[in-house]
Design a protein around this ligand. Structure first.
Ligand SMILES: N[C@@H](CCC(=O)N[C@@H](CS)C(=O)NCC(=O)O)C(=O)O
Length: 211
């Protein structure tokens, strides 16, 4: 399997999950121009990461990739199987992260896509942060009394949360103001698989790890 990703992006989640699964895989990190190149657009016409390619061909959309990885790797214990009790929550939280939290960040990172007047960019970024906070509130409440997003067992949902929660550490209401989310991010940052991903990306955790 090959993963196309970019350092610090949502593709970090799929990279973490491939590390957890432990089967051989290859990663190619793209820059912005690489995501818009004719060859990559054949794999992912939206010109974004992530994309995976395996014997079934290319697959884009983070939610779809994570569900496929859960279903094809039951022994990895990275999410409830179809037909089991926890599966509804897997669907729910993958959808929430993909369709609610993730798009709330887009105006922050690309304000020019949301307002033609560059002078309005600061206001666009403030609005984005307010929407992100509303989604982080929902996630924070879900984590009350739980070690991971789906309960006792870490899953692809936690991996998906990792890059997104990291993006908000510098926000007006930072991720560190959400004790449960911050705790999950610290748990992940201490995970050897996550540390391997940071090393491969040339990035560092946003949280300081206890010595
Ligand atoms: N709906 C897509 C969105 C992917 C996406 O927006 N990825 C970002 C990185 S986190 C990207 O590649 N952005 C480049 C761009 O928007 O041009 C998914 O969930 O996979």
């Amino acid at each position: 399997m090959k993963l196309y990703s970019a350092p610090g992006t949502c593709g970090t989640a799929m990279h973490i999950v491939l590390e957890w699964i432990g089967k051989p895989f290859e990663v190619e990190h793209l820059d912005f121009a690489g995501m818009k190149s004719p060859d990559y657009l054949k794999l992912n016409p939206a010109g974004v990461v992530p994309t995976i390619v395996d014997e079934d061909g290319p697959l884009s959309e983070g939610l779809a990739i994570l569900l496929k990885l859960v279903d094809e790797n039951p022994e990895a214990n990275i999410g409830p199987a179809a037909g089991t009790a926890g599966r509804n929550q897997l669907y729910r939280w993958l959808a929430f992260l993909s369709a609610t939290l993730h798009p709330f960040f887009f105006p922050y990172f690309m304000p020019s896509r949301y307002h033609a007047d560059a002078e309005q960019a600061p206001g666009v970024k403030v609005a984005s942060q307010i929407r992100v906070a509303s989604a982080l509130d929902v996630i924070e409440a879900n984590l009350e009394g739980k070690r991971w997003m789906l309960g006792d067992q870490k899953s692809v949902v936690d991996a998906f949360l990792y890059p997104m929660a990291n993006w908000a550490y510098g926000f007006d209401k930072p991720t560190s103001a959400y004790p449960n989310i911050d705790r999950v991010i610290r748990q992940l940052a201490a995970d050897p698989a996550v540390q391997s991903v940071h090393e491969a990306q040339g990035t560092s955790p946003k949280v300081e790890l206890a010595a």
